[in-house]
Design a protein around this ligand. Structure first.
Ligand code: PRP
Ligand code: URA
Length: 209
């Protein structure tokens, strides 16, 4: 089974409490999604390999450690995943960005693909798929499968709020993919919304409702 890691860092939890608030403005919501993504990125990249380098300081030679040059890509699931990209690339500026366009059919909740564009060397990169919400898991499972079909080997999935139902579906479909979340909520309602959740992440980021 893939691992689920829920980040309990106080800064993440504090920002998440404001994000959930129905009175939070679109501007603040968008800023918070980006800030939370940045903090989560910091945690989720703890296992990046380092290599030893010698650096000449003004005083002496220091033995330091630098990132070992592993290539990364961030892949947001459109639309809402876009809100997490800036925070991620702030921390990993050399990351390339691929896009998977998916929306949930309002009746069936099944993901419908409308866009897919990856960097040409995506198979050489470790990929972090980002989407604020993991609800039924349909979108995450589909996006991860598209990447595997392209030949991507190492994939992580990062969301802000996960529903237990979605976590189970992703774990069953992709046991090799680690899942990072800022919160594991209670359940999904009859419309496939996460309870208590934060509502529709895409609408709240882009002000479309
Ligand atoms: C939301 C969300 C995820 C998906 C999660 O997107 O951003 O992509 O739902 O639900 P699932 O786990 O049940 O698949 P939505 O379909 O509302 O599209 P949007 O981002 O364009 O608003
Ligand atoms: N997508 C959202 O944006 N919110 C939910 O609660 C579920 C899916």
């Amino acid at each position: 089974m893939s691992n689920l890691m829920v980040f309990s860092h106080p800064l993440i939890q504090h920002k998440l409490s404001i994000l959930r608030d129905e009175n939070t403005s679109v501007k603040e919501f968008r800023e918070l999604v980006s800030e939370i993504a940045k903090l989560m990125c910091y945690e989720a990249t703890r296992d990046l390999p380092l290599e030893e380098v010698k650096v000449k300081t003004p005083v002496a030679e220091a033995t330091c450690r630098r990132l070992a040059g592993k290539k990364l890509a961030v892949v947001p699931i459109l639309r809402a995943g876009l809100g997490m990209v800036d925070g991620m690339v702030d921390l990993i500026p050399s990351a390339k960005v691929g896009h998977v366009g998916l929306y949930r059919d309002p009746e069936t909740l099944a993901p419908v693909k409308y866009y897919f564009k990856m960097p040409p060397d995506i198979t050489e990169r470790d990929v972090i798929v980002v989407d604020p919400m993991l609800a039924t898991g349909g979108s995450a499972v589909a996006a991860i499968q598209f990447l595997k079909d392209e030949g991507v080997k190492h994939i992580k999935f990062m969301c802000i709020i996960a529903a237990p139902e979605g976590v189970k579906v992703v774990q069953e479909a992709h046991p090799d993919v680690d899942i990072f979340a800022a919160a594991l909520d209670d359940h999904l309602n009859d419309h496939g919304y996460i309870v208590p959740g934060l509502g529709d992440a895409g609408d709240r980021i882009f002000g479309t409702k």
